[in-house]
Write a protein that binds this ligand. Structure first.
Ligand code: EPU
Length: 433
């Protein structure tokens, strides 16, 4: 498995561009199954999860054409199989996003149940119950969700907890249903709005995206078309924290600062100078040590759980004591133990991590357990004394396009050690003094 080798101590400085949002590209690629003609999706990030989605669609018989700019043309109607197999779903839970579109457009779907996950139990009961309310016949058998429907019917659905992919799955199903569907307590994440905009660009009628109540008037069919994915707010936030943690200065282009909201507020609270334009954001820490900030994660527009781990890393070297409370997932603190191995002072009690900032972290070999936890270890490596080796970075490749190139452009000392090197010899004896 590839590893990242990071030599800490350089204040980041420079400009990079932000990629399209993973968590918008995934549902948008799934939504192309709804269309009668080819859909071209642009600004798709180059990530493992995108490759997995293409493999998922390709296995079903969907015809995909990728051009040199990574625009993906998807021709759904060539589909001949309606199965999302365990081998793919276990590597990417977002595979569940094909359930709603397959059922709505083709009346059948078999999607493997995703099972447990490193950050929590992550059930999909709300996806299933919503589709059942729309008239689908759903059984769970042999580890698969087996769903059938003639034409789905509009329904009024209320989610007891806010679910991002649950809202997206039902929005896609409702887009072709007979009648009007109302989803109450819907997710308001920008990626949900992006999916609604995509469906509407193909001729759908989704109203209220970005509010708690979504109204979807089902249409007979959706056409082909072209849609560009919005910028990745979590990638943007991660590079802003990278600048803040190293006392550096960066400008991030091709992004949308409006999507960052409370994340920018927290960076300002920690002492950073933040400036924004229509499609860029810059952060200047002016060489100062950040101040620790309290964080409480919750669904959008509150502080995103996908930025929690990065702020734990920031607080580890910040001035003062702070509390980070994770309310979205029950087990999203796997990075804490690894950060402690780098000298961080963190007390973990249930859903609350209390950090007391230390003057310096020290490098250690560390292990990534999920995507954002991995990002926090890379951030810690950027300020740790010595050479940090981050193992299992396939998690990072799922969600950060060319992380070592982008950090390298900002002046970080970071390089990828390919699997062939790391498997044949001990990485430590190979690269450490
Ligand atoms: N939940 C249920 N029942 C359901 C669905 C969800 O109880 O049927 C619970 C979950 O267990 C969790 C909460 O609802 O406690 C929120 O989960 P949600 O369904 O919103 O998460 P998700 O849709 O599976 C997406 C992102 C995650 C992000 C979360 C929260 C995608 C592909 N994934 O997951 O992204 O953390 O929303 O914002 O959009 C990441 O990018 O690193 C990542 C994990």
């Amino acid at each position: 498995m590839d590893k990242l080798l990071i030599t800490g101590g350089t204040a980041l400085n420079g400009e990079i561009r932000i990629s399209g949002a993973k968590n918008a590209a995934l549902p948008i690629l799934a939504s192309t199954l709804l269309a009668d003609g080819p859909v071209t999706v642009c600004n798709v990030p180059h990530l493992h999860d995108i490759t997995t989605t293409m493999e998922l669609l390709g296995n079903m018989g969907v015809h995909l054409v990728v051009d040199e700019k990574l625009n993906i043309e998807v021709n759904g109607p060539t589909i001949r199989d309606f199965v999302a197999p365990y081998e793919l779903v276990k590597t990417m839970r977002a595979s569940i996003l094909v359930l709603g579109p397959l059922l709505a457009r083709y009346g059948r779907a078999e999607v493997s149940l995703p099972g447990g996950c490193a950050i929590g139990s992550r059930p999909v009961n709300l996806h299933i119950e919503g589709l059942q309310a729309m008239g689908a016949d759903i059984r769970v058998e042999n580890g698969f969700i087996k769903a059938r429907a003639s034409r789905l019917k509009g329904a009024r659905i209320r989610h007891e907890v806010v679910t991002v992919t649950g809202t997206e799955n039902l929005m896609m199903a409702a887009a072709l249903a007979d009648g009007t569907t109302v989803i109450e307590n819907a997710a308001r994440e920008p990626e949900v709005v992006d999916l609604a905009d995509c469906i509407n660009a193909l001729g759908g009628k989704v109203y209220g995206a970005g509010t708690e109540t979504l109204t979807i008037e089902g249409v007979e069919s959706l056409s082909g078309g072209r849609y560009c994915v919005l910028p990745d707010r979590i990638e943007t936030g991660t590079y802003l924290v990278a600048a803040a943690i190293t006392g550096g200065r960066v400008k991030l282009k091709d992004t949308n600062p409006v999507l960052l909201g409370v994340v920018l507020d927290k960076l300002i609270e920690c002492g950073a100078k933040v400036e924004t334009g229509p499609d860029w954001v810059s952060l200047d820490m002016q060489g100062r040590r950040p101040k620790a900030v309290d964080i409480y994660t919750a669904p959008f527009p509150d502080f995103p759980t996908d930025m929690q781990a990065q702020f734990v890393a920031l607080n580890c070297i910040a001035e003062g004591r702070a509390e980070i409370t994770e309310t979205v997932f029950e087990n999203r603190f796997m990075h804490v133990q690894e950060l402690q191995r780098m000298g961080a002072n963190i007390e973990l009690h249930g859903r609350v991590a209390t950090t007391t900032g230390v003057e310096r972290l020290t490098a250690a070999p560390v292990m990534a357990t999920d995507l954002r936890a991995s990002a926090s270890l890379v951030l810690a490596g950027l300020v740790a004394e010595g050479e940090t080796v981050v193992d299992r970075i396939y998690h990072i490749d799922r969600g950060y396009e060319g992380i070592e190139e982008k950090l390298g452009q900002l002046g970080a000392s970071i390089r990828r050690i390919p699997a062939s090197h790391t498997d044949s010899a001990s990485i430590l004896s190979d690269v450490l003094p």
